[in-house]
Design a protein around this ligand. Structure first.
Ligand code: 5RP
Length: 222
């Protein structure tokens, strides 16, 4: 099976976690796009979704799924999202699509986080995928030096020759060369650096369940 087919497989499999009658939290990325396509088939059984990005909002609305502001909803039963890396404990690196801040917000208001990914995302330790960190631009160079002191190399993500601007009007640093052995402690530390909006380690908001697309079908890791 191709990577695209594996994404379709887990995107469809995630439907079983959607609670009829309840608003669903929706992440961002190519795997989530498969989930959104599948969700359209049961749109009459849910009031709608809370979305983690402008891109997902547009996709949901184009398929006739109502999108609620996160402030309109107290708690979500489930949040479905992809990952750039996931380890055996459900800790993840996310933000390859630059939506990490809103993803963390929606994950925090959800009782359950269902991660959908093809098997290439499963790792023993986080850190191989360049770690996305959303930052306030005036703090960029100091944060770059803080990562250097940790052994990492941080670069401002570019789009069309310019720094990429997130849905929140900020920039993204991609950090290579880190081995994140203690994701909870790492996330807590980097989060308190002034100018860091969100670090792409999802340890405090880890996955409750991971649906991994493999050549032999969907493997569920809970
Ligand atoms: C976006 C994300 C995505 O969930 C992550 O990048 C995985 O994307 P894809 O499903 O396209 O591989 O965190 O910010």
């Amino acid at each position: 099976m191709t990577q695209d087919e594996l994404k379709t497989l887990v995107g469809r499999a995630a439907l079983q976690y959607v609670v009829p009658g309840e608003i669903v939290g929706v992440g961002t990325g190519s795997t989530v796009n498969k989930f959104i396509e599948a969700l359209a088939g049961m749109k009459d059984r849910i009031p709608g979704a809370v979305s983690s990005s402008v891109a997902s909002t547009e996709r949901l609305q184009a398929l006739g799924i109502r999108v609620f502001d996160s402030n309109e909803v107290r708690e979500l039963a489930v949040y479905i999202d992809g990952a750039d890396e996931i380890d055996g404990r459900g800790y993840m690196v996310k933000g390859g699509g630059a939506a990490l801040t809103r993803e963390k917000i929606v994950a925090a208001q959800s009782r359950r986080f269902v991660c959908i990914a093809d098997e290439s995302k499963k790792v023993e330790f986080l850190g191989k995928f360049p770690l996305p960190v959303e930052v306030i631009p005036m703090a960029t160079q100091r944060i770059v030096r803080q990562f250097e002191a940790m052994g990492g190399t941080a670069q401002v993500r570019q789009k069309d020759g310019q720094p990429l601007v997130t849905d929140n009007g900020q920039h993204i640093l991609d950090v290579t060369g880190l081995q994140i052995r203690e994701p909870l402690a790492f996330e807590s530390e980097v989060n308190q650096w002034p100018g860091v909006v969100t670090v792409g380690v999802f340890a405090h908001q880890k996955a409750s369940v991971c649906l991994l697309g493999t050549a032999s079908g969907v493997r569920t890791i809970a």
